[in-house]
Structure formats: structure tokens, C-alpha cells
Design a binder for this molecule. Structure first.
Ligand SMILES: [Zn+2]
Length: 558
């Protein structure tokens, strides 16, 4: 009798769809086997990469590359991909958890389905362009210059013709790489088209769960909201620079800014905060701050490698070794403002990784998107230039605080506005580059630069100046994410001070010892990992989808 009732219940469950269908069971097994292979390899890859960046030894890098290849081999399996494709098309995976697994796995496999021959050509072409970037030196006359030497001239030189020469030297690499780069773009497009996409740009967006329409809407809105304030600020800036160089405003050219692409604000409002950090311990400050907001980092710092040594990677990064809270950062701390910013930034990535719920399935234990973890890193990194934070952390008196407040505000505003306009150029140019690599790209580039950055094209200039930007080669279809990260950092900031801390303004907000802030981020942003697509996560955390409105409130409106 009992047995019959059980059978009956099972039958009802199957008919009413409560149980799992055959495809779902099959897929559940697939996921379990996949993770069983992947998890140990990921850990070994991360450990060997970590080791290599500490020693700088070739054999260590080779070992890391071996593990990377093993992981790639898993994802390039054509039978497995065919299975996932069939599942996707069958629409039989209804269980929400399995459905999300299928989305993530399908994208991860799809990006590794490029035919081996074509992939080899892409890798070789990309390496060839990178090598040219590494070895190329711009010249003034017969004299070769390093990138740093060019930047120094653009920072300090007041003679316009010397500035012009340095700027021209910074663009020469564009001409050296452009033919290979366009071939690389075409190869990437070929790969994307074989996988059923219009071009590589559209494919790359799609594989990271973005689409052109949504992103364009955000960028259009940002362009509208920043146009007037940027025009005013740019005029102010030009008159300061014209004055400095002893020329008329009408004579201001691309080489009069402090950055070859005008992607960062000129140093006109620059305030040097290094003196406040000179006698401080950057590591301790960061540790104390994060403990105060209930996101302790002691365990992270214990496993991290924080100071310079021979052979070690000179930059900074964060790595999640095992998705089980072994999170580490690599840094090369000096007691100055830049490293304060960097430590806050990298530890922002680290607290995100560390606080992803470990009871989630392995494949969900990652940030929602690369730009969402970037947003958290920026959110915290911005504090090294926040006068309230500086006052609270360094016990500055009111006078000292007021002294830095205006200057810091101005320099942040300038930097953010300049970057917001520059990112428009990168976003719009790169999609056109893949849409039609045979169009007149040199003209297109300067059209966009004139429109969004309000920089005058040198008369008759038709060189491939765009190709001098290494990101088109090294990190394709990624640049827009830097801007999205800034937007999300501001959206979270606005939500936190208005809704979580219930403040009327952020004028006196320091974030220091605000435990409620750390807990909000932990519970609403970090813990869910990739359980939801990024915009769904943002809506759950802030009540709305990603919007440029709050970035504009924070940095543009006065
Ligand atoms: Zn970062």
C-alpha cells in the first residue's frame, strides 16, 4: 500500500512538473562532473600564477600556462558544447538554478569554440602587435623616447613646439601596428561570424551578458548629461592652459593636455596628498578602515604579499585562489597617496570575493560581472581623496580638512568628467572598428574626439592615432566596463547615503566605522555572486537598473 502511494506521489510530481525531467537530471550530472574537473585545476592555476608573479621566473609562468591550457581544453570540448547547445535550444531546463548554470556554462564554452587553426592565427597576430608595442620607441628627430619620457614632457614642458613633438612621438606606434591590428580585428570577426554573431564586438558583449542596445542607452544618457558641464569645464581648462603656455585659447591643440589621449584631467587642480601619508602605515590604515565597516581583511592581508622584492610583479592585483575565502592581494606598498588608493581598491576586490556565499554552487562563486567588482574597488579607492575620510582616518583638524576639500573636489570632478567624455570615444569607436574595419577609421577617430572631447584635430591629420591605444589589442571590447564601474560605484554611494545611512547629503560622510555599510554590501551585492545577471543584482541591491544619474549627481552637477 505504502509503495503504491509513493508511486502515485511520484507520478503526480512528474505530471505536475514538480520533479526533474530527464534533460534536467542529465544536465545536473554534467554540471557535477564539470565542477569536479574544474575546481582543482582552477586552484592549481591560481596558485601557480600567484607564485609566478612573486618570483617572475619563466618556469613558474610556464607552469601557470600549463594549467590555463588544461582549463581551456575543458571548455573547448566540442561534444560538451553540442550538448549544452541542444539543452539550450530544447528549452527543457526549467529549474531556475539549473537554468542559470546553463547560461553561464554555455557562454564559457562558446567563447572557447573558435576553430584551433583560426585561434592560432589570432593568438599569433595578437602577440605580434603586443611585441611591437613592447619594443617600439617613439622618436623626436633621431632621439628615441620611452613612454615615461613622453609623459614627463607632456606634464612639464611649456614650449608648445616641444610638446607637439612629444605628442607626435607618442602616436608613431599607431602607424607601426595599424596594419597588423586591422588584420587582427578581421580575424576576430571571422571567428565571431563562424559562431553565428554579426561581429566580434557583438559576440564579446553577448558572452559577458551585455547587449549593445542597453549599453548604448546608458552611454547616450551619460553623453547628454555631461555635454554642457564638460563644455564649460573644458573652456575653463583651456584658458588656464593657454595662460600657462603663453598662447591664445584658439591655439590650444591636442598636445597641450597632460595626457596623450586626454583621458585624465590635466594637473591644474592637482593637490598633493602624499605628505599626509608619509609617516603613516598604509597597510594598517587599510586594515583598520575595513575592520571598522565590518568587512575585516586580516586573513586576506596575512596571505598577501605587500612589499617590493626582486623579480616580483611591480603592480597590484587581487586573486581568489579557491572560491573558498583564500583571497590574496599582491602589492608593492609605499607610504603615499597612490598606494593608499591602490590598497583600498584591491582590498575592495578582495572583500567582494571573500564575502560571496560559500554555500552557493561553485560556478556562482564569482562577482556578478568584471565591472561590478571594479565598481566596488573604485567605490573604496575613491576614499583616499575624500576629505571626510582623510580627516577621520588621519585625525586632521578642521583647517587642514578645509584646505584639501575644495582642491580634492575639483580634481575629482575634473578627472571624472574628462574620463566620462573620453570613454564615449572609446566605446563608439571600438564598435565601429568591428562593424566595418575597412572604413576610414582615422577620420572616424578624430570626428569622435572632436565631438566628445572637444579637442581640435591637427590640420590635415590622417594618421592612425587610435591604433596607439594598446587596449584595442590587449583588452578588446572591455573599455566601456571601466565607465560602467564608475557609474555603479556612484549608484551604490547614492543608495547607501540616502537609504542605508538616511542622510540628506554626503557632505560630511566619511564611511569610517559605518558597519551598516559593510553589511549592506555583503548581503546585497557580494553574497549572491553570479546567481543573477549583473543588472538584476543591481536592481535587487539599489531598487533600479544601472543608471548614469548618480555619477552625474556626484561629479557633474554642482
Ligand atoms: Zn581593479
Amino acid at each position: 500500500m505504502l509503495r503504491n502511494i509513493t508511486l502515485l506521489i511520484m507520478l503526480v510530481m512528474i505530471i505536475s512538473g514538480c520533479g526533474e525531467n530527464a534533460m534536467e537530471s542529465k544536465f545536473r550530472t554534467f554540471v557535477a562532473e564539470h565542477v569536479a574537473k574544474l575546481e582543482p585545476l582552477m586552484k592549481q592555476w591560481n596558485l601557480s600564477y600567484w607564485q609566478a608573479s612573486l618570483t617572475g621566473k619563466k618556469e613558474d609562468f610556464d607552469k601557470a600556462a600549463e594549467f590555463e591550457l588544461k582549463i581551456r581544453t575543458i571548455y573547448s570540448d566540442t561534444d560538451d558544447f553540442a550538448f549544452l547547445k541542444q539543452l539550450k535550444e530544447s528549452d527543457q531546463i526549467q529549474n531556475a538554478l539549473l537554468k542559470r548554470h546553463l547560461e553561464l556554462l554555455y557562454n564559457a564554452y562558446l567563447s572557447n569554440q573558435i576553430e584551433p587553426d583560426l585561434l592560432k592565427q589570432i593568438v599569433e597576430k595578437s602577440n605580434a602587435v603586443q611585441n611591437k608595442f613592447n619594443t617600439f620607441r617613439g622618436k623626436i628627430g633621431d632621439q628615441e623616447l620611452t613612454e615615461n619620457e613622453i609623459k614627463e614632457i607632456l606634464k612639464k614642458e611649456t614650449d608648445s613646439s616641444k610638446r607637439r613633438d612629444a605628442w607626435l612621438a607618442s602616436k608613431q606606434v599607431g602607424k607601426a601596428v595599424v596594419d597588423d591590428l586591422i588584420e587582427l580585428v578581421k580575424l576576430r570577426n571571422q571567428a565571431a561570424q563562424k559562431l553565428g554573431f554579426e561581429n566580434f564586438y557583438i559576440m564579446s558583449l553577448s558572452l559577458s551578458e551585455q547587449n549593445l542596445e542597453d549599453i548604448t542607452k546608458i552611454f547616450d544618457e551619460l553623453a547628454n548629461l555631461t555635454e554642457e558641464p564638460f563644455t564649460a569645464l573644458k573652456a575653463e581648462l583651456d584658458s588656464i592652459l593657454a595662460n600657462k603656455y603663453g598662447i591664445g585659447v584658439a591655439g590650444i591643440m591636442p598636445w597641450h593636455y597632460h595626457d596623450p589621449f586626454f583621458q585624465a584631467g590635466p594637473l591644474v587642480y592637482e593637490v598633493n596628498l602624499d605628505r599626509y601619508f608619509k609617516d603613516q602605515d598604509i597597510k594598517e590604515l587599510a586594515q583598520k578602515f575595513y575592520a571598522g565597516i565590518d568587512l575585516p581583511v586580516d586573513d586576506i592581508l596575512m596571505r598577501s604579499d605587500l612589499y617590493e622584492k626582486k623579480g616580483k610583479n611591480p603592480h597590484a592585483y587581487c586573486i581568489n585562489i579557491d572560491r573558498l575565502q583564500d583571497v590574496r592581494i599582491l602589492a608593492n606598498i609605499h607610504n603615499d597617496e597612490r598606494w593608499m588608493e591602490t590598497m583600498l581598491h584591491e582590498l575592495g576586490h578582495a572583500v567582494y570575493d571573500k564575502n560571496i556565499d560559500v554555500s552557493l554552487p561553485f560556478l556562482f562563486r564569482e562577482p556578478a560581472h568584471s565591472f561590478t567588482t571594479e565598481a566596488i574597488a573604485m567605490f573604496f579607492g575613491r576614499l583616499s581623496r575624500n576629505a571626510n575620510w582623510l580627516q577621520a582616518m588621519l585625525a586632521l583638524n578642521d583647517e587642514e580638512k578645509d584646505e584639501i576639500d575644495d582642491a580634492v573636489q575639483n580634481s575629482l570632478r575634473l578627472g571624472q568628467l574628462v574620463f566620462a567624455r573620453w570613454s564615449q570615444v572609446m566605446f563608439r569607436f571600438e564598435q565601429e572598428l568591428y562593424k566595418n574595419p575597412d572604413q576610414n577609421l582615422n577620420t572616424l577617430w578624430w570626428d569622435l574626439v572632436e565631438k566628445y572631447q572637444l579637442i581640435k584635430r591637427p590640420k590635415g591629420r590622417t594618421e592612425p592615432d587610435w591604433a596607439a591605444k594598446i587596449h584595442f589589442t590587449l583588452a578588446p571590447v572591455y573599455y566601456h566596463n571601466y565607465m560602467l564601474g564608475e557609474l555603479l560605484a556612484s549608484q551604490l554611494h547614492a543608495y547607501i547615503f540616502k537609504r542605508i545611512l538616511k542622510l540628506d547629503s554626503d557632505n560630511s560622510l566619511s564611511y569610517v566605522n559605518e558597519k551598516i555599510v559593510g553589511n549592506y554590501l555583503k548581503n546585497r551585492v557580494f553574497s549572491v555572486g553570479t546567481k543573477f545577471p549583473w543588472n538584476e543584482m543591481i536592481k535587487r541591491a539599489t531598487g533600479e537598473y544601472l543608471s548614469p544619474e548618480y555619477f552625474v549627481d556626484q561629479f557633474v552637477r554642482q
